[in-house]
Design a protein around this ligand. Structure first.
Ligand SMILES: Nc1ncnc2c1ncn2[C@@H]1O[C@H](COP(=O)(O)OP(=O)(O)O)[C@@H](O)[C@H]1O
Ligand SMILES: [Mg+2]
Length: 279
């Protein structure tokens, strides 16, 4: 049997460089040669502190950040500079869930309209769209009558379920999840992470899962890459990276992840302070 990591990956990012132009002559190199791969049915975490370049990598995969050099391939096809019709077709396969469940849903549309829109753009009939929307609401465990309500009538966690359903309606093979639970309280985070896990098991969808929180990544990801100042400093199976990290920066992130027990917390805080200057 072929192990998943030996099969050709669904998404392969190789030596990717992305610059932001700040002024006419001033550029900021946000990604400095990043490589990462995601297999079919796999969840790969991208973890690192704020500003390390995680969202930029997600945007590059979605075609929302200009690539200076390197290569992005999906299902063996080079999509690094895909634009126009090719990029629109890719939306059948690659979708996104953002952090902010309040800002990412149009408040003037009913949930039914929000969910049907990506299908109608793709030419699906109204009747067919209605049945897919009902199926997706069921998938994310929202009541069927949600179609008639507006996003503002839902809690943060429920809105994130709506955003996930919208990402799913075109039955994508990859979802870029950019901090999808970071705006939620801890209990809601746990239920949404469980939903992501169930959906992956049921549909085989892959996730590129961006988070600043190693605790979140530990719960959901098969493998993880740790990003620091636009570079991957460590990659591996989640258990190995989170239990026995090699890089001092990963150790610091690990110690910054919340734990419930206050005595353990104090111990970790002391260890964190000791590590601060060694990364
Ligand atoms: N549109 C932009 N224009 C200029 N600089 C940007 C832009 N977006 C992000 N950056 C900068 O690029 C770096 C990486 O940002 P980002 O990918 O958002 O990091 P993360 O998601 O890890 O917090 C940061 O220094 C950030 O300030
Ligand atoms: Mg970000």
């Amino acid at each position: 049997m072929i192990a998943p990591e030996d099969a050709a990956p669904l998404l392969a990012v190789e030596d990717l460089v992305v610059d932001y132009r700040l002024h006419r002559k001033l550029k900021l190199r946000a990604l400095k040669g990043v490589s990462i791969s995601v297999g079919a049915g796999e969840c790969v975490g991208l973890v690192g502190e704020s500003g390390s370049g995680k969202s930029t990598l997600g945007k590059a995969v979605l075609g929302l950040a200009a690539v200076a050099s390197g290569r992005i391939s999906f299902d063996g096809k080079d999509i690094t500079h895909a634009k126009g019709a090719e990029r629109r077709r890719l939306a059948n396969d690659i979708q996104v869930v953002f952090q902010d469940p309040y800002g990412s849903l149009d408040p003037t549309m009913t949930v039914g309209e929000v969910l049907a829109e990506p299908l109608q753009v793709g030419g699906t009939s109204k009747a067919q769209a209605r049945s897919v929307v009902a199926e997706m609401l069921d998938h994310v465990r929202l009541p069927a009558d949600s179609v008639h309500r507006y996003p503002s009538e839902f809690s943060g966690g429920q809105r994130q379920r709506i955003a996930i359903a919208r990402a799913l309606v075109r039955r994508p093979r990859l979802i870029v999840c950019d901090e999808p639970v970071s705006a939620l309280d801890l209990t809601t985070q746990a239920t949404i992470l469980d939903l992501f896990i169930d959906l992956q098991r049921d549909t085989g969808v892959s996730y590129l899962f961006v988070s600043h929180d190693l605790g979140v990544v530990r719960r959901i990801c098969h493998r993880v890459s740790v990003m620091y100042h636009g570079e991957i400093v460590e990659s591996g199976h989640t258990a190995q990276v989170t239990q026995d990290p090699e890089h001092p920066y990963t150790r610091r992130l690990l110690l910054a992840a919340p734990v419930a027990d206050p005595a353990r917390q104090a111990e970790r805080r002391a260890a964190w302070l000791g590590l601060r200057d060694s990364a």
